[in-house]
Design a protein around this ligand. Sequence first.
Ligand code: AKB
Length: 338
Amino acid sequence: MTTVLVTGAGGEIGHSLLEAFRHRGGYTVVAMDVRPLDGHVAAMADVVLQGDISDETFVRALEQYDIDEVYHLAALLSTSAEKNPELAHKVNVNGTMQLLMAARRIALRRDTVVKFLFPSTIAVYGIPTLAQKQSAGTVHEDQFLTPTTMYGVNKVYCEQLGGYMSDHFGQLTEDAGRKTIDFRAVRFPGLISATTVPSGGTSDYAPEMIHAAAKGVPYACFVRPDTQIPFMTMPDGVQALLQLAAAPAEALTRRVYNVGAFAPTAEEIAVRVRQSFPTAEITYAPHPKRQGIVDTWCANVDDSAARTDWGWSPAYSFERAFAEYLIPTIGKVYGGSE
Ligand code: AKB
């Protein structure tokens, strides 16, 4: 059995990750969230804890568990973080540091190495102008790392922190060179789930548009029709995390990997949504600040390193995502037909 700690287990990725652990079997799941977990999520965990990742006493208490792998999903997303940047820093940065230290102490106690899986994001990119975004097209991991949001700044720093904790922690201390953390990160594009709706993100327009159409309610999209960023289905997102976790360390040439699947414009999404829901009412009411944020994110990602190093290959293209995952599943969620 592999014992995993999942923080932010009540969020969108958490729901799907816990389902994947249950489906695969062989995991003991310690799940935590700042809010009470829904009954069906809690039922998929072996231990359920409620607490704040930025609360040191709470994080210290996690050290009693013999954790092999950490999936640190708890975070304030980009739009929420801009509404409360100081809280975002506390949760996204201080929370991550405390959890890395807890993982280190668990590793020392058990004389092992703890794998630390970290969902990073395309929000780490900060392309200065729309013209540069358009001419850059597909962006690789080391370009444009100048984010303009608190969330992006937090994530790019925590990527670095994870690498430091893995490779150089306390190089002048007594246990220098003692390997305790194996930090691995995927930079997720916008994630689209058929069963849950996100909150607090700036890529939320795509899932919001799809879910509104399935529910039969009008949707005013908060970005321009030509806005383009990469997206991925939630099952592929979970698959990316699990595949990276399982990859042999010697195959990895970096700690942080882009992963991509498809990169439609908002209007291409609207066109495909109307194909399945012909009465969908989709209009555009761009929000200047949220538009400004998405305009600094890349139009698409170069994920060739993930493909080469650990065999990343999304199951769902844009069309397959709609035809074989979103439309069939969402129909059941809202009880209507496609
Ligand atoms: C957000 O919009 O903040 C997230 C992300 C792209 O990381 N969905």
